[in-house]
Design a protein around this ligand. Structure first.
Ligand code: SF4
Length: 331
């Protein structure tokens, strides 16, 4: 059976875009692949961005990301869930890949260009980021990599690195396949300005662990169909982000009711949002309760991460042994 690998940035609290776009997919793949699905909180990647990796918060954010993933249903006893820096083989393999990868290829990565456009001094880690990502995936000889479409170029480079290593040192790594979850791309920010994204600040996001009254305050003022000025004006749910959210959180009869009644002004936007809030509450309450239980039992979370790192190393160590031998290091 092929393995699944996915890296999770320790960026603090995940939002509903992360939840519908990635986290639910992890749970599904976890049920399918069991221990062969590996999920890794990528703290080594996080420190390539000094602005997002304040040492005062990095450990807490890493911990919180584990809590959030466990709370949505990822069971650490069923999958392999660990922290990247707890498995040093990631860095060792990344160095070998760095030595195989031309600087020109790393420099033409779109994300590298975007991230460095405003920087006066560029940390070398930002350039090497895709080599570390290739190491994350290939260390486990993973065949399936669930990612957002913004990672396409990095996965292509990972495949290229695998080919290059195999060519130089003999067949070792499979070429992984990216698996995209299209739902992620369609989730608009609650401020109405494009995709929901943490980089746009809290006005754009609805956190899955955010207090429900705060979620309601954001929904209450969220933009709707701009052509619907008065309560008596018919609306168009197809251009309204509230209807997009209904499709994620509400049951089918509610979605159908909004779809019909909005178009003939049979429902007002406030009532429509209240109906949405019922679905949001039903969906997020059990997740938030589970997160509270986990936070109250930090040793459970830490033990699960230590166990996950052990399981990951059990796969990684023999792969690194094979790599060291093929590269020609003295035993
Ligand atoms: Fe949007 Fe609902 Fe208002 Fe229609 S009734 S415009 S779907 S908030």
């Amino acid at each position: 059976m092929s393995r699944v690998f996915s890296g999770i940035q320790p960026t603090g609290e995940p939002h509903i875009g992360n939840y519908f776009g990635a986290m639910r997919n992890y749970v599904r793949l976890g049920e399918q692949y069991g221990k062969q699905s590996l999920y890794c909180v990528v703290d080594l990647h996080a420190i390539t961005n000094p602005a997002a990796s304040d040492p005062r918060y990095l450990a807490a954010r890493t911990f919180d990301m584990a809590v959030a993933n466990f709370a949505v249903g990822l069971d650490p006893s069923q999958v392999t869930f660990f922290v990247q820096s707890h498995v040093p083989e990631h860095q060792e393999l990344a160095w070998i890949f760095t030595c195989l990868t031309p600087v020109g290829e790393l420099e033409r990565m779109t994300q590298y260009k975007d991230k460095t456009a405003q920087l006066e001094s560029v940390p070398a880690g930002l350039l090497m980021y895709p080599a570390l990502m290739a190491a994350d995936i290939l260390l486990y000889k993973a065949g399936v990599v669930p990612v957002g479409e913004d990672q396409t170029q990095h996965i292509e480079l990972t495949r290229e690195i695998a080919r290059k290593f195999n060519h130089h040192f003999g067949e070792t790594f499979p070429e992984p396949q990216a698996v995209y979850n299209k739902e992620a791309l369609r989730i608009p920010g609650v401020d109405g300005h494009g995709k929901m994204s943490k980089s746009k600040g809290e006005t754009s996001t609805l956190g899955i662990l955010e207090p429900l009254d705060s979620v309601w305050q954001k929904l209450r003022v969220a933009p709707t169909d701009p052509a619907r000025v008065r309560r008596t004006d018919p609306g168009n749910p197809d251009v309204c982000l509230i209807f997009d959210y209904h499709k994620l959180f509400s049951d089918l009869p509610t979605i159908e009711l909004v779809n019909v009644e909005c178009r003939r002004a049979g429902i007002g936007c406030v009532d429509c949002k209240k109906k949405l809030m019922e679905g949001v509450t039903a969906h997020l309450t059990p997740i938030q309760e589970r997160a509270e239980e986990l936070r109250a039992d930090p040793s459970y979370v830490r033990d699960a991460l230590a166990q996950g790192a052990q399981e990951a190393r059990a796969i990684a160590a023999p792969v690194m042994e094979e790599v060291r031998e093929k590269v020609g290091f003295l035993k």
